[in-house]
Design a protein around this ligand. Structure first.
Ligand SMILES: CCCCCCCC/C=C\CCCCCCCC(=O)SCCNC(=O)CCNC(=O)[C@H](O)C(C)(C)COP(=O)(O)OP(=O)(O)OC[C@H]1O[C@@H](n2cnc3c(N)ncnc32)[C@H](O)[C@@H]1OP(=O)(O)O
Length: 193
């Protein structure tokens, strides 16, 4: 399983640098947005994925597959598993203190994931080239050292808060901008080293 050319860091790409103000290893990161499908606590249809800072530029996360996440009887839907990987990779933003969005995401599905399984995810940044962040993630069955069920390689692209203000639906953007906690969370990403 080799990532496509588009996910291979170019020559001259830099090693990732953990931001000096990044959350300490082991710290829960919390949602970046309460309504997020991946991590939002106020999102009834969401995955409620909880991510923690790891060492270096890495995170771990847990996601328990619910009956609502089925594709085949008793098994998780592949798109839901990809969402869990996407969200875990997205949480690396907290370590870089850079806002990023997914540009490309390639998933390998290696083992079926039954309902009620807790998937133990980990993700790390491999390299950075300008606005492009190359990263990888895996999801293991039942335990941090369990068998790998899913893995992904990704390219995230750095954006500014304006990206969301420009493209987001007015109603949600207004609500987010009126919420001081949300504004603080969004702005925190834009502090440079
Ligand atoms: C105050 C209130 C406001 C609220 C604040 C909220 C706070 C939120 C905080 C944190 C949110 C994080 C949310 C995480 C959620 C989990 C992660 C997701 O699911 S994100 C959703 C899915 N992804 C998208 O919706 C992206 C849609 N795509 C785009 O918007 C653009 O295509 C974008 C930004 C990715 C790039 O567009 P360009 O115009 O900025 O830049 P160009 O030049 O096209 O790309 C830059 C470089 O990246 C490469 N690139 C871009 N896409 C690529 C691809 N698909 N494959 C390979 N390379 C790609 C390009 O080739 C270029 O490389 P070269 O600089 O030329 O070397």
């Amino acid at each position: 399983m080799i990532a496509s050319d588009k996910l291979t860091p170019p020559p001259g790409a830099a090693e990732p640098v953990r931001h000096p103000d990044a959350p300490a290893p082991g710290q829960l990161l919390g949602p970046h947005y309460d309504q997020c499908f991946g991590c939002g606590g106020d999102q009834p249809h969401g995955l409620h994925l909880a991510a923690r800072a790891g060492e270096g530029v890495s995170v771990t996360a847990e996601f328990t597959v619910k009956a609502a996440h089925q594709g085949a009887p008793g098994l998780a839907h592949g798109g839901v598993l990809t969402s869990a990987l996407d969200e875990t990779l997205g949480a690396l933003s907290w370590l870089l203190r850079t806002i990023t969005v997914t540009g490309r995401l390639e998933t390998d599905f290696l083992r079926p994931v039954p309902v009620d399984t807790t998937l133990h995810l980990d993700a790390r940044v491999l390299a950075v080239a300008g606005r492009k962040i190359y990263s990888t993630a895996a999801g293991r069955l039942g335990a941090p050292e369990g068998p790998v069920a899913v893995r992904a390689d990704a390219l995230f692209v750095e954006v500014k808060v304006d990206h969301f203000v420009r493209h987001g639906r007015d109603r949600e953007i207004q609500a987010a901008m009126a919420d001081p906690d949300q504004v603080r969370r969004a702005r925190a990403f834009e502090v440079n080293p």
